[in-house]
Ligand binder design. Structure first.
Ligand SMILES: Nc1ncnc2c1ncn2[C@@H]1O[C@H](COP(=O)(O)OP(=O)(O)OP(=O)(O)O)[C@@H](O)[C@H]1O
Length: 245
C-alpha cells in the first residue's frame, strides 16, 4: 500500500525583510533613507511527514525551526517552494502567538477555535473541557494580557489539545508551565499522539522529549536540513556536533 503523506514541503525558501537604517548624510548622498535587506532564514528545504507520524525538529538557536513551523501553520508565506497539507486541518501551539490581549481567556477560546476552522457551535461544545483542562480558575474571565507566560501556554495547549486538528504543530511549549501542568500536558500529548491518525511536528531543544515522542527527527542548521531520520542516530550526531562547536 502506498504510504500517505500528511505534509509535503518542496524547496521551501523563507526570508525576512529587515529595514536597514542609514545616516541622514548617507541617505542624502544616495537619495534614499533606508535600504531593504533580506535575510534568508530557510534555504530551500524539502521533506515530508507521513500520516500519523511524529516529526521532531532540532537545531541550534536561529537555525530556522520556528520559521519552518510558522510557514506550515500558514502564518508566513514562502518566498518560493510549496507546502502541501493534503487538505488537513492544522493548528500551531506556540507561546505568544494568536491571542488577543484585551479579550478574556474564554473569548480567546472561541476566537482561536474559529481561526482553527471550527464553527462557533463546535467550539462551544468543547469550551468547558478546554477550561477544565487549562485550570486557570477565575483568570479564564480576565483579559489574557494579565496572564503569566505559563498561564498563557496552558490556555494555548488546552485549546489545541482539546479541539484536535488533524495536524498539530508544537513549538517548544512542553517546557513551560509548572511541574504539575508540564506532566499533565506531556501525558495529554502522548495520548493525542497515540491516535495514529494525528500527525505532529514538534520543535524542541529537549533531546529526551524528542527521543521519547518522535518517529523521525530533522536537524536544521543555518536554514537547511543537516540530517533527517531515526531519532537515535540523528540526535546522537547533533549532540556530538553541539559539544564540538
Ligand atoms: N521577524 C524576524 N525578522 C528578521 N529576522 C528574523 C525574524 N524572526 C527570525 N529571524 C531570523 O531568522 C533566523 C531563523 O529564526 P528562527 O526563529 O526560525 O530560528 P529557530 O531555529 O526557531 O531558533 P530558536 O531555537 O532560537 O527558537 C534567525 O537567524 C533569526 O534571527
Amino acid at each position: 500500500m502506498e504510504e500517505q503523506h500528511a505534509i509535503e514541503v518542496t524547496d521551501l525558501v523563507i526570508s525576512y525583510q529587515n529595514l536597514k537604517k542609514t545616516s541622514i548624510k548617507k541617505s542624502l548622498l544616495h537619495f534614499k533613507r533606508r535600504t531593504i535587506d533580506r535575510f534568508v532564514a530557510v534555504k530551500g528545504i524539502s521533506f515530508y511527514v507521513r500520516q500519523g507520524e511524529i516529526l521532531g525538529i532540532i537545531g541550534k538557536n536561529g537555525s530556522g525551526k520556528s520559521t519552518t513551523l510558522n510557514a506550515l501553520a500558514g502564518i508566513f508565506s514562502p518566498d518560493s517552494g510549496t507546502i502541501d497539507l493534503k487538505g488537513h486541518s492544522i493548528s500551531l501551539l506556540s507561546i505568544g502567538v494568536g491571542f488577543q490581549g484585551e479579550m478574556t481567556g474564554r473569548e480567546n477560546i472561541i476566537l482561536s477555535g474559529m481561526l482553527l476552522g471550527f464553527s462557533e457551535e463546535q467550539v462551544h461544545a468543547k469550551e468547558q473541557d478546554i477550561i477544565d483542562f487549562a485550570e486557570l480558575g477565575d483568570f479564564i474571565d480576565k483579559p489574557v494580557r494579565t496572564y503569566s507566560s505559563g498561564m498563557y501556554s496552558k490556555l494555548a495547549f488546552s485549546i489545541t489539545a482539546i479541539l484536535e486538528t488533524d495536524i498539530m504543530l508544537i513549538d517548544e511549549v512542553l517546557s513551560v508551565g509548572d511541574q504539575k501542568f508540564k506532566k499533565k500536558s506531556y501525558n495529554k500529548m502522548k495520548s493525542l499522539i497515540s491516535n495514529k491518525d494525528r500527525t505532529v511536528v514538534i520543535v524542541s531543544h529537549s533531546i529526551d522529549t524528542l527521543k521519547q515522542l518522535c518517529d523521525t527527527v530533522m536537524w536544521m542548521h543555518e536554514g537547511q536540513i543537516k540530517k533527517i531520520g531515526e531519532p537515535g542516530p540523528v540526535l546522537d550526531e547533533y549532540v556530538k556536533f553541539m559539544e564540538k562547536s
